[in-house]
Design a protein around this ligand. Sequence first.
Ligand SMILES: Cc1cc2nc3c(=O)[nH]c(=O)nc-3n(C[C@H](O)[C@H](O)[C@H](O)COP(=O)(O)OP(=O)(O)OC[C@H]3O[C@@H](n4cnc5c(N)ncnc54)[C@H](O)[C@@H]3O)c2cc1C
Length: 465
Amino acid sequence: MKYDVIIIGSGPGGYVCAILCGQLGLKTALIEKYDALGGTCLNVGCIPSKAVLESSEHYYNAKSKFAMHGIHLDNLQINLQEMITHKADVVKKTGDGVKFLMKKNKVDVFYGSGSFISPTEILVKANNGKQTELETTRVVIATGSKPASLPNVSIDKQRIISSTEALVLKEVPEHLIVIGGGVIGMELGSVYARIGSKVTVIEYYEQILATMDKSLGKELQKSLSKLGFTFHFNHKVTGVVSQGQNVTVSAESKNGEQVTFEGDYCLMAIGRKPYTAGLNIEAIGIATEKGKITVDENFRTDVPNVYAIGDVIRGAMLAHKASEEGVYVAEYIANLRPHINYLTIPNIVYTWPEVASVGHTEEELIANGVDYKSGSFPFMANARARMNADTEGFIKVLVHGQTGEILGIHMIGPRIADIIGEAALAMQYGVSAMGVSNVVHGHPTFYESLKEACLNATKKGAIHI
Ligand SMILES: Cc1cc2nc3c(=O)[nH]c(=O)nc-3n(C[C@H](O)[C@H](O)[C@H](O)COP(=O)(O)OP(=O)(O)OC[C@H]3O[C@@H](n4cnc5c(N)ncnc54)[C@H](O)[C@@H]3O)c2cc1C
């Protein structure tokens, strides 16, 4: 069989690329080594984690917030297995949707592990041993990433777990020790803290969400501390041992003190590493740097007809970043003129309060000596937030000191994951802070706070503070 494009890996990078290739009239095949399509995002990442975040949030609100609205519940219970069944159902339905889209767009799907025989020949080894050779003009590598661990720690998947196991636990941990204060650790830590676990976070840096605007991690830390999280910053984990139902995490503090933490589960959440195992890329001359496939500005690898996108290349490990790159490559192959603006890719943390960012951080502007002005607005001053009793957090808008151009928007608060869309749109199309504030925003809404923060970044100043 001869294809115009073969895509290896069916995550949000690969399957979106496949759909668009099909729509652009290219004869397309998609290879996936697991039985389910959708990759990390759909099966063990974005979708299942947000499903359990949603369920645990309902429980937590029922337990801790309903009473202030005059709602009193007796005998409130959480059933972890039912919560996980709901999550599995969402994953299954979403995966079925992806399968349907492959069919609709005439993409041939091959289940099995794909590897290069040559730059134009791909071998698919199915789990039942069946081997199929496919011929193609172009290949897109979209093989994603796997959980990373520390060199001296092995994830046993029982007590020392990655995010994948954390999404299918059989019991609520009594004490979950989370290694890493990044997005995955804060989200999954929140799930278990809300349903009764004691959560301890051990972080190498001096704060959580260390790669985002520093103000966000500091604010989220306050909220998560109220939820019951304990944080240990500037701690380097030196080992994790599991024995029976216990785990012991050893760490060294900044001043050289050796400390140990005892829990019943340890979640390794230090990040993810690109995944290229079994592809045989070395044999055809595709280079990698620190495990990531190197690509040019059009996502071409060192082999001209082979492209790579998503988590397996440089840049943020985000589903929407992978998908945009998939769109780019499909359009590039079809001789269109695609474009991606990496500066306006939003970064979102689905804790409560939610956290989101787009553009430059304040630390970046300071480091680069940029003339900037900051305007912010607290949710405490937002009427909708007060009626929902969700007053934690703020929106911060960073604008150029002379032109008013928006350079970055950083938010923590209720429904931020959706409000960031307006911020990204404004930045993408060069709308100034004044321009955003001139748009009539509905009242009472959470997103009015963005208008107010923008006003505060202009000479006018905010109205409600
Ligand atoms: C717990 C968790 C929560 C997350 N939440 C979010 C979120 O809310 N928002 C967000 O934007 N991102 C989130 N992410 C990150 C997101 O999942 C990834 O950035 C995204 O899935 C990357 O997409 P991809 O297409 O590059 O690769 P992947 O989704 O990793 O897909 C790669 C696919 O390639 C397949 N594959 C690998 N090798 C082969 C081979 N040789 N042959 C055939 N198939 C192969 C794999 O089986 C896999 O299905 C989360 C990740 C985790 C772990």
